[in-house]
Design a protein around this ligand. Structure first.
Ligand code: PDD
Length: 287
């Protein structure tokens, strides 16, 4: 069965899925994206992902390429055509194709939209979760609008590569005051010695993760103490637990940060519980 992608109005074979060389996403990273988990063929937390997409588009004054309901149909169609059971669907919208000029094209051009999907190896991810992963830190070097989910991810790419070369799975950015902001493609969390769940406020310096928002709702319902505040690298290294969250990884326990073992070096119970109950609390969209 060939892989199928959606590109600007057409469903095409993945290998033929191309955009124009003067697409502003290609030349300027002038575009936004979403990654939505697919579980048993259904979109997870689609509503929150679409809300965030709307916000990202609005912040950059990019128009919706199609109505939100048409986008919803295309996401489902790409999942169906590729027979995705458990995986992710990727949606990207750019300002469109125009002669290379930094200023927005005037008059505006039609935004470009592509959608791809792929199956993920859940068993491999569960295995990773069972053992826990290592994180290294890198200096925060991104712009201050990381709350917008843009495709401008070069610092994130370099950070992840640094982690990989160090034998770690994720890199945490640390700001100039010594506080952890977030991972290259995940939000960062700790559980303090007193059992308090801590993660950085999303007003500034991080992406407001959808997975993060679901865990907030869960913690509130379960009466788990949660503090939305920044934490330092040292605090993380002295924590009872650390973990990261994102649509493609859900919850992954962290067992070391910059080579320093977290607690006993084993995945902690809070991360384990959050991982196991996550899908009871996330919204799974109709097919
Ligand atoms: N990344 N922080 C950053 C910088 C991210 O890129 C992501 C998501 C998150 C977590 O957000 P969410 O819970 O909504 O997935 C936090 C996606 C998965 C990616 O780029 O592949």
């Amino acid at each position: 069965m060939p892989r199928i992608a959606y590109v600007n109005g057409r469903y095409v074979r993945h290998r033929d899925a191309v955009v124009h060389v003067e697409d502003r996403g290609y030349q300027f990273a002038d575009g936004v994206y979403e990654v939505c988990e697919v579980r048993a063929g259904r979109l997870v937390d689609e509503r929150r992902h679409m809300q965030r997409l709307a916000r990202s588009l609005d912040e950059l004054s990019i128009a919706w390429p199609l109505s939100p309901s048409a986008v919803a149909v295309i996401l489902r169609e790409v999942v169906r055509l590729n027979r995705i059971g458990n995986g992710i669907v990727y949606l990207q919208v750019t300002r469109g194709v125009a002669p290379r000029n930094h200023a927005f094209p005037n008059p505006a051009v039609r935004p470009s939209m592509v959608v791809t999907a792929r199956e993920l190896d859940r068993a491999a991810m569960d295995e990773k979760a069972a053992h826990g992963i290592s994180v290294i830190t890198v200096p925060e070097n991104r712009w201050d609008r990381v709350d917008i989910k843009t495709v401008g991810l070069l610092p994130n790419v370099l950070a992840k590569q640094t982690a990989k070369e160090a034998g770690a799975y994720e890199a945490w950015f640390v700001d100039r005051d010594g506080f952890v902001t977030e991972g290259s493609s995940t939000n960062a969390w700790i559980v303090t010695r007193d059992g308090v769940l801590v993660t950085r406020p999303a007003e500034h310096g991080i992406l407001r993760g959808v997975t993060r928002s679901v865990i907030f709702a869960f913690a509130e319902r379960e009466g788990i103490r949660l503090e939305e505040r920044a934490f330092t690298l040292e605090e993380a290294q002295a924590a009872r637990e650390a973990f990261m969250t994102g649509a493609s990884t859900i919850v992954l326990p962290i067992i070391s940060v910059d080579g320093k073992r977290i607690a006993n070096g084993k995945p902690g119970p809070v991360a384990g519980k959050l991982r196991s109950v996550y899908h009871h609390h996330a919204e799974v969209a109709p097919a």
